[in-house]
Design a protein around this ligand. Structure first.
Ligand code: SF4
Length: 317
């Protein structure tokens, strides 16, 4: 007779869309194809995307991650990360006659172009974003020092004193909370009704879609598990959004980061992954849950994403 206690039932609600976005997919392919074409080592300035598993896998293939260009020998290819770089970086690479590949997401480059356009039109630019994030450093570094002011919160927006309120414009980081940013923009608009806004939202489609999907899942779950690394802005935002929607949300790198005690009393757990987290990690968490519970997986329906970006010419074909 088998008298082992039967497992408790647990519904796993999978958020859709989740995981890799087009910009991350392109950036990873750039490193992989560069190693294939030019051999190892290929240098990568900053983590290509903010995910520990992605970085470790690429290291094993022959990528060498550095923080500054000066750490790269001039005779090896170097890749700039998906977050974008200040203009000074490609300029330095050119002056050292280095071969570089730019994996900046085209949607980040679009923000760079917007900031430049405002600057050329003589506008004072406000960037809504998180201090120190490489995307923010890259966007601010498109223009001379002092041309872009960083605003992180509604309080910052309320306290901001422009040189000339009539010539203001704002741009944003691509991976912010949609709701928090709307509050900051509303605060800016209340004070500066003439402020020039992006033609189309700077927060990218992938960030927006993943936050929407997580709201739907978290509203029906006691616990939300977000696969992603702690330095991944969009993954951290997913956990925040889930918490606000009422779930106990945890950001974990992989199945090993899961503490089964978190699930005490839970009947439904939502699972999602940040834009830089591979899908295999999602399956790993489901497998780990299945060791402890009788798991039933349900995937919430959503429109599939069809965005994709071309590789740089040197690697295409
Ligand atoms: Fe590009 Fe958005 Fe992905 Fe960032 S999260 S790499 S901006 S698509």
């Amino acid at each position: 007779m088998n008298d082992a206690p039967s497992k408790l039932e647990l519904t796993v609600l999978l958020a859709t869309p989740r995981g890799f976005c087009a910009g991350v997919d392109r950036a990873i392919q750039i490193v992989e194809k560069a190693i294939e074409k030019y051999g190892a080592p290929v240098y990568v300035r900053h983590e290509i995307v903010h995910n520990r598993h992605v970085v470790e896998r690429l290291k094993a293939l022959g990528a060498v991650f550095v923080e500054e260009l000066e750490e790269c020998p001039a005779d090896r290819p170097v890749v700039f990360s998906a977050h974008g770089v200040p203009k000074a970086v490609p300029a330095e690479a050119k002056s050292r006659k280095m071969f570089y590949l730019d994996a900046t997401c085209p949607l980040v480059s679009k923000v760079h172009v917007e900031a430049q356009r405002h600057f050329d039109a003589g506008r004072e630019i406000v960037l809504i974003g998180h201090a120190g994030h490489p995307e923010v450093v890259g966007t601010m570094g498109q223009l001379p020092e002092g041309a872009v002011a960083l605003i992180e919160t509604v309080a910052d927006a309320q306290a901001y004193i422009p040189r000339d309120p009539a010539t203001l414009a704002f741009v944003t980081q691509t991976t912010l909370s949609v709701d928090d940013t709307a509050d900051i923009v509303a605060a800016l608009r209340a004070r500066f009704p003439a402020i020039a806004a992006p033609h189309k939202e700077d927060i990218c489609y992938a960030t927006t879609n993943r936050q929407e999907a997580v709201k739907a899942v978290a509203g029906r779950s006691e616990v939300l598990l977000v696969l992603g690394s702690a330095n991944s802005s969009n993954s951290v935002r997913l956990a925040e959004v889930g918490r606000r929607a009422g779930a106990r949300a945890y950001l974990i790198d992989d199945a090993e980061g899961l503490d089964v005690a978190w699930l005490e009393g839970a009947r439904t757990v939502g699972v999602t992954a940040g834009a830089s987290a591979p899908e295999v990690l999602v399956q790993g968490v489901i497998d780990r849950l299945a060791e402890h519970f009788a798991v039933q997986v349900e995937e919430l329906d959503a429109e599939r994403e069809t965005v994709s970006f071309k590789l740089p010419r040197a690697l295409a074909g």
